[in-house]
Write a protein that binds this ligand. Structure first.
Ligand code: LLP
Length: 430
């Protein structure tokens, strides 16, 4: 058995020229289920979660449901002891259904409707309040509902995470959070407001962060704010430092592990808590670093075209995997049915969508490509299916779970009837 995958992708191997996930042949999966197809390794998922538990034994870890909202994934995360970071009523619905404990769910969001506030109050989950204005809306809604919402405050710590600008969330200019200088005063105000009980602080500085120093900077700023809150008479039970740890998408770009993150932030968190005489629960909200590398997306070649460059046109486009189009992101490509062959030519992999930007992979050195070959786009588990759409009349693909030799369907592929879901034609047009 030959391990070809870079980094620590031990769940992916090449056997007899085929790419395997655990003990399952990916080319055979493409034949059995058709493509495009998302394929997830259960053992890798559990391993990733356990790496967080080992690195942060005392912290709660909330899985960021936005990264992957498949019920099977959420159930496994719940079974492994994770809670959930939810960003909408829909994600709250999924997390509750998956069995996540209500005390381990945080409802985040910078734009929650009154109905969503009510839903969170009824579900008894904590909310992260994004502005002074939201504090007032929520206090009113909770008082009317006769409930009490436990709240954290989303802090804008003004930290540059050195990542793609579209996924940097803790910059001063970003739409998220309360400016650091306003937090203590807002906390103080909340103590006296009806319907709300302030219990902590929250931040999230961005995603796909490959250097631990911005996390340390954010932790330190959060502790400065905690100190102001304590001085203003606030009690802090929870400090949530968000998600954001990056993964190794590219063979030459290694990523820190949960243990590296722990080494960067735990000493700051512990020392500063001790100085302040407080012992809040630390919370983290990882999404990508839990689920991205568990999953690959299989897509078949419909056409090989030699034009001004060599194009490989596959059956998945940005409708299936939006990240390359949105963030110019790199996903490593492996030819699943000829995985041991050496690279011979340079290809650009494009999808079937009627837009020039529908490019999955630019200028990759691959073996000679043929119609019918199956490409695996690696590290597609985070913000992959969860960002998929039906654009261009494309039903969404299936998702399967691999465990050892076993394969189970997590989500069947949509057929054309899904394109009609929810549609009504006014009777006068029938
Ligand atoms: N907590 C909050 C409040 C968040 O906004 C996010 C992600 C997370 C946790 C999880 O972050 P992670 O550990 O996954 O980095 N679609 C983009 C990523 C958007 C991230 C949005 N927030 C992408 O495909 O790169």
């Amino acid at each position: 058995m030959l391990k070809i995958m870079f980094g620590s992708k031990s769940h992916l191997t090449v056997r007899d020229n085929h790419l395997f996930m655990e003990d399952v042949d990916c080319a055979a999966l493409a034949e059995q289920f058709g493509t495009p197809l998302y394929v997830t390794s259960e053992s890798r998922l559990r391993e990733n979660i356990r790496a967080y538990h080992n690195a942060f034994p005392d912290a709660d870890k909330y899985f960021a449901v936005k990264a992957n909202g498949s019920m099977t994934v959420l159930k496994i995360a719940a079974e492994e002891g994770m809670g959930a970071d939810v960003f909408s009523g829909g994600e709250l619905f999924l997390a509750r259904l998956a069995g996540m404990a209500r005390e381990k769910i945080l409802y985040n969001g910078n734009s929650k409707s009154e109905a969503e506030h009510r839903m969170a109050i009824e579900a008894g989950v904590r909310m992260s309040v994004d502005s002074r204005e939201e504090l007032d809306y929520l206090s009113k809604t909770a008082s009317e509902a006769g409930g009490e919402a436990q709240i954290l405050f989303r802090v804008n710590p003004d930290v540059s995470p050195k990542t793609h600008p579209k996924i940097a969330t803790g910059l001063k200019t970003s739409k998220f959070g309360i400016p650091a200088a306003q937090v203590a005063e807002t906390y103080r105000k909340a103590i006296d407001l009806p319907g709300v009980r302030p219990v902590g602080l929250h931040c999230h500085i961005g995603s796909q962060i490959l250097d631990t120093s911005p996390f340390a900077e954010a932790a330190s700023k959060m502790m400065d704010i905690a100190s102001d809150v304590v001085a203003a008479g606030g009690k802090i039970q929870t400090i949530d430092l968000g998600g954001g740890l990056g993964i190794q998408y590219h063979p030459d770009t290694p990523a820190p592990k949960p243990a590296d993150l722990a080494a960067a932030i735990l000493p700051i968190f512990r020392d500063r808590c001790q100085d302040l005489g407080i012992s809040p629960k630390l919370v983290l909200e990882p999404g990508r670093s839990i689920i991205a590398d568990t999953t690959l997306m299989l897509t078949s070649i419909n056409a090989v075209k030699r034009a001004h460059v060599n194009f490989v046109a596959v059956d998945a486009g940005f409708n299936v995997l939006a990240r390359p189009m949105l963030y110019d992101s790199y996903h490593h490509v492996v030819v699943a049915n000829r995985a041991a062959l050496p690279p011979e030519e340079t290809y650009t992999v494009v999808g079937p969508i009627c837009e020039t930007g529908d490019i999955l992979a630019k200028e990759r050195k691959l073996p000679l490509m043929q119609r019918g070959d199956v490409l695996a786009m690696l590290d597609a588990g985070a913000y992959g299916f969860s960002m998929a759409s039906q654009y261009n009349g494309q039903p969404r693909p299936a998702e399967v779970l691999v465990s050892g030799k076993g394969v189970e369907v997590m989500r069947r592929s949509e057929d054309y009837s899904a394109l009609l879901a929810g549609q009504r034609i006014p009777p006068r047009l029938l």
